[in-house]
Design a protein around this ligand. Sequence first.
Ligand code: ZN
Ligand code: ZN
Length: 472
Amino acid sequence: MSHDITVTFLGTTSGGGPTQTRNCSSLVADLAGDGSLWMFDCAEGTVRQFENQPYRPGYQRVRVNQVSKIFITHMHADHTMGILTFLRNILGIPKPVIDPDAPPANKSSTKVEIFGPRGIRRMIRMLWNVTHTRSSQAYIVHELLFPGEQPSVPAEVRAGEGADETDVRNASEKVGRDIHCDEAGYWPRIVNREIGGQRGCGLIVDAGPIQHRDPCIGYVIREVPREPLTAESPLPRKLVILGDTYDPSPLAPLVHDEPPFASPLPERDPWGHDVPVKIPVSLLVHEATDAHIPAHVDPSGRTGKNRTPESVREKAISRGHSTPGMAGAFARTIAAERLVMNHIGARFPAPVGELTNMSNPQTKLRHGIVREMARQAAEGWCPDGSRPVHTEVAVDFHVVTIRPNRNAPTAPVRGSATPCELDINMSPPIHTTTNTSPLFSCLRLPSSRQQHFRRTPQLAERRVPKDACTRI
Ligand SMILES: [Zn+2]
Ligand SMILES: [Zn+2]
């Protein structure tokens, strides 16, 4: 059992995709360190993304049949249309029925548990029924209901009761829960899981609303220590994974509302932004659908003409989305330690392959775009540049590793820790590691342009001189 948490991005583009270089939204997280995966969103093509993972040294490919839970952020097609294929793939084909009078196959254990907003149960059930899908193992769907909502279809609908045949619960589906939000509008503790072995903690998942065009959910995953915490205890880790949003601030109180086990911990303000917290967010995954790319990065206007930072931000918000600066600002709001942006607009192709030739205009542009987006996020996070912050733009198959905190919360003030250096000459796809002690990472830029990047590090570091980010 590993003590690391790993997050693998399987699809990183927006609804304008899939594109040549990115699939639409999906990521998987190994939170328990035991190889079981929790998936967040499942765009069309997600199963194929598992197959498309590159082989690379030191990296264990994630597999479809490791997934045990799926968390859907919202019902838009670029986040949901891979679910049927995924279920068909993971649940197995039933044995042929030789004796029609034989009892149904044993589906006593649930292979996959699905959480999502209103509509997820009806969508899956309808797709399952109209495509005559059958499986040997079972799934279950829980709907998270906003205030005043009723489930899209009852958890139990039997045939022969006058119900539409597409609404009938099939033999592969177990009866799920209708989870109504509490008075504050949140869905606390939708998952409460004990982790065995040496890990010494459990996991809980809270969910809450975020602002998008349509109902949308953000998820907060917390480690729960098995032993009582003291002021000297290492900090448990906390992840925040968002769906599409132009304003995730409704989720912030839930992120900051720590369970009772955090009571002994002192409050601290890790970034000096007047955001005192007991447990910072180890990783924030936030969308950045659009961005203004300045002329010194994109001289020929390949990412769009007649666009200004203001017009791009306005347009993004009007469509329910964010810019990198907005993602950075939310990272500050919730006292995050690391920001990884996904749901990147289709106009921004990902750097792929061995990018050794920076004189290639396309290579140069793609590198420049992701570095600029990361820089803008860092600027939104820490506008005066007084503190180092850690921002990244995800590409498909990007892997983030979050190591356990080893320092007690009363360890040296976070901003004064010695920054570690990341290897910027990583082989693709990027595999970055955060050892959360120290709690941020600095990017060491090459001293000379002759020192080529084989891959864009896609990291922004506010201490990096602006011209160093844009000169390559
Ligand atoms: Zn989307
Ligand atoms: Zn959406």
